[in-house]
Design a protein around this ligand. Sequence first.
Ligand code: GRF
Length: 198
Amino acid sequence: MTKRVAILISGGGSNMVSLVESMTGDHPARACLVMANSENAGGLAKASALGMDTDFVDHRPFKGDRAAFEEVLHDRILQAQPDIVCLAGFMRVLTEGFVSKWQGRMLNIHPSLLPKYRGLHTHARALEAGDAYHGCTVHEVTPELDDGPILGQARVPVLEDDTPEVLAARVLEQEHKLYPAVLRRFAEGDRTPVKIGF
Ligand code: GRF
């Protein structure tokens, strides 16, 4: 049975595009919805151009009431009946209440080699620390931020003249390979971690 995948975005959606484009042919899953937390998320137009159903729930009118925002978000996602939810550059921190409804079938991509550098500004922090390597991680989402079981990692070298922007671009290239590879395995029921560049 082909698995249905809902993808949540906040911005440009380059990871969303790589996921949608990977789900073709004998892939065990198909994207069924691209959802954003803002009407202005650049990725919504890209998703429509790929023939995806799109939707958005603006978090701002909820004035910080995360549970109320998430209730509407949850109901909208449910309408698409996904088996798997992929967070792809979705920048709202989800509460335990929401996560517990999707636990074991919700993935996230984070631009660091977790457990290093949970949270924001991962590229600048890796440069400040003088790390030789950096990268990205796909993990299952649990109530703890950027903490769930790791399903894949891609590693890149940190180069002498790197700025956070240059390093971010090198990592993003790997994100576009790692997330589709992990999703394919996950949709087949295989949680063996994917490793790229190790
Ligand atoms: C990616 O680097 C992702 O790891 C992070 O936000 C960025 C989103 O990029 N969470 P995009 O919207 O998928 O292009």
